[in-house]
Write a protein that binds this ligand. Structure first.
Ligand code: AR6
Length: 180
């Protein structure tokens, strides 16, 4: 499914984000940037050592040696078909009163801005925070779609959501149907 929004396009796909041949895929990382499970594990497994080496260099130079949630950094795509990986850290769901929505929105906006500043034209996102970090899918889908749609009002870009399972895909589809 795809929809023209503002100056760009939002596309929804079901599948594995590590297969994407785009300018950049986005990783739902953790603050250590040292890899993990879920989509993070899959990206590092297929992307190879180079991505981890670059992450180590980045972390070394960050205050406190961690990447705060809502921020994004960029590495090469290593052995992946994607040219770059943008690593962002989603919020851990704590019931909704810990500014989770604001932080999740920041993940999308900072990743998109980073891509824009690199001159990238096509990005692919997973569903950030809705796995290990426990963010309810319907709520996360709303934040994700609205953030990207707002960004596309002023920016020309193709933004794919690559969603791993039917439930997640359907939640994003429902939200995308509602935006104009
Ligand atoms: N392609 C696309 N989506 C995927 C893939 C894949 N290959 N693998 C899993 N997903 P999660 P989070 C989906 O847990 O909630 C890691 O350990 C998954 O089904 O990967 O932000 C990090 O190191 C779900 O819909 O990310 C962090 O510690 C979505 O991706 C922590 O998990 C996000 O699930 C981050 O948790």
């Amino acid at each position: 499914m795809e929809k023209k929004i503002g100056k760009g396009i939002i596309r929804l796909k079901k599948g594995d984000i590590t297969n994407e041949k785009v300018d950049a895929i986005v990783n739902a990382a953790n603050s250590s940037l040292m890899g993990g499970g879920g989509v993070d594990g899959a990206i590092h497994r297929r992307g190879g050592r180079k991505i981890l080496e670059e992450c180590k260099e980045i972390v070394k130079n960050l205050p406190g040696r961690f990447l705060p949630s809502g921020k994004a950094v960029i590495t090469s795509g290593g052995d992946l078909d994607a040219r770059y990986v943008i690593h962002t850290v989603g919020p851990i769901w704590r019931g909704g009163k810990d500014r989770e929505a604001e932080t999740l929105r920041k993940c999308y906006i900072s990743s998109l801005e980073l891509g824009k500043n690199k001159g990238l034209k096509e990005l692919s996102f997973p569903s950030i925070s809705t796995g290990a970090f426990g963010y309810p899918i319907d709520l996360a889908a709303e934040v994700a779609i609205n953030a990207v749609a707002d960004f596309l009002k002023d920016n020309e870009m193709i933004v794919n959501f690559v969603l791993f399972d039917d439930r997640t895909f359907n939640a994003y589809k429902e939200k995308l149907n509602r935006v104009s």
